[in-house]
Write a protein that binds this ligand. Structure first.
Ligand code: AMP
Ligand code: ZN
Length: 130
């Protein structure tokens, strides 16, 4: 992991829950969210401030700071995350397409220091993003 990633995120191995992490608190149910799917490794819930008619967040239950912190042992987790995103898109009936986004770092627009994928759809999405 590069020094930039280390500065922004918790390091690998610091895993599991991070006590001041908003999304870890949603995983532990300390903070309420509208949960749509839960498995042993992955949680999906409604974004509190939706940017599109469908806006679902798909996260690993284990604390991972961002995509910068993924490694060779995370293959199965990534498959689980992407299968969940597809399931969320299908359940929402996004037959005309959707967008999967993960923001990384401050310039990338990351506001919560826990890996998350946004599943956005239900309207025509412009490109490039702002
Ligand atoms: P990002 O900006 O990529 O870090 O994504 C963070 C997302 O989390 C934003 O889209 C927020 O609207 C969303 N968010 C923040 N707090 C909550 C919450 N308590 N429940 C659900 N979504 C949240
Ligand atoms: Zn976390």
């Amino acid at each position: 992991m590069g020094s930039e990633g280390a500065a922004f995120s918790k390091s690998r191995g610091e895993d599991e829950r991070v006590s001041d992490c908003l999304f870890c608190k949603i995983v532990s149910k300390e903070i309420d969210a509208e949960i749509l799917h839960e498995s042993s490794e992955v949680l999906a819930f409604q974004d509190i401030n939706p940017a599109a008619p469908t806006h679902v967040l798909v996260i690993p239950k284990r604390h991972i700071g961002s995509a910068l912190d993924l490694g060779p042992d995370d293959g199965d987790l990534l498959v689980d995350l992407f299968e969940t995103m597809t399931s969320m898109a299908k359940t929402a009936g996004l037959d005309n397409g959707h967008r999967l986004v993960t923001n990384v770092g401050s310039d990338g627009g990351q506001t919560v220091d826990h890996l998350r994928f946004h599943v956005l759809g239900g309207r025509s999405l412009s490109w490039p993003p702002g």
